[in-house]
Design a protein around this ligand. Sequence first.
Ligand SMILES: [Zn+2]
Length: 359
Amino acid sequence: MNDWLGKVRGHVGEQKGRFETDRREREAAGRAPADKNIILTEREVQGEWDAGRVLFTTLGGQARPITADDLAAFRQNMRQAERRFKGGKGITARQVIDLASSTPLRYVSPGQPSSDIDKARREITMAAPVSALNGTIRFMTNAGPDSKVSRHHVVVNLHEFEGAAAQLAAASRKDGKTPKQVASWLRKQKLSFDCDCERHRYFFRYVATIGGFAAGRKETGYPKIRNPRLIGVACKHVLRVMTELESSTAVLRFLEKHLASVSEYKARTQLTQMEAEDALKARTPARIKTSEQRAAEAARVREKRALARSAKRASAKRPSRPDPATRRSTKSAAATLGNQFGMTPDQVLALLAQHAKKG
Ligand SMILES: [Zn+2]
């Protein structure tokens, strides 16, 4: 079933090899002679623009030569993206999922699922951490149906690894936390990521770089063709990994194991082939839920519980006692009636109860 996983042994070499190829190709593109160079550099976006240079953008829909107005629009898009990511260092798994949903970069080809989050839900159903060195966790995911490869590598840097190690070092104290508690805290903190796929490379690496959450090579060339508006945040592989990282028990167990081996603020964890396969066995993928969907689900659960509670109350034999204020006012009303008809208040109440039953 998990053929895509392939050999765990050698996964680090394969992952490093792919990122190394990416780096070499990018360097060559940057060194290309002026008439063949298609990289729009940071300095050019800032205005050092050679008007004789012809580069294209798809801003506005169709490919056309870049103008000075486009450069101003690019700068504006950069400021907006920085605001969206709060110019911060790192991003949480939750933010990645929410931003992928609220500001998606749509796929334009007809018949395709419309966004990366749709694709993550439908196509990328498996992801597992396979090894970890300190705060760097290496995940593997299955590849989509049209991919040239069978698996992808997603590298995640957990920014609070040292903070987690410090919490564990203090664990001998009375209020010390267990590796499990620290692991579940750690996976909700800020992180940065990198993926070896082309979607990340050409559409999102620049966004991750200016957003402060690029774990690997920083991209300085503006994505003028693929993503000139700088929207979206992560590819389908990263979205699957973020979901598993944040909510699956398999990842929690992995982090727990990794943290339990911390010594002098260092740790190395490597799953064997069998352990990796076991972790993936018979597992249904965690559902990718935005915060909005989570809140709606929680509200539905609360409603259901409240309904169940009131149904239980209604079916209980003894009718529930009305609150003291109601009891007092009922009693005084019964006393008034009793005075009129020569009955005690209790007689009046008994009569009313009998009447209510009949009605
Ligand atoms: Zn990817």
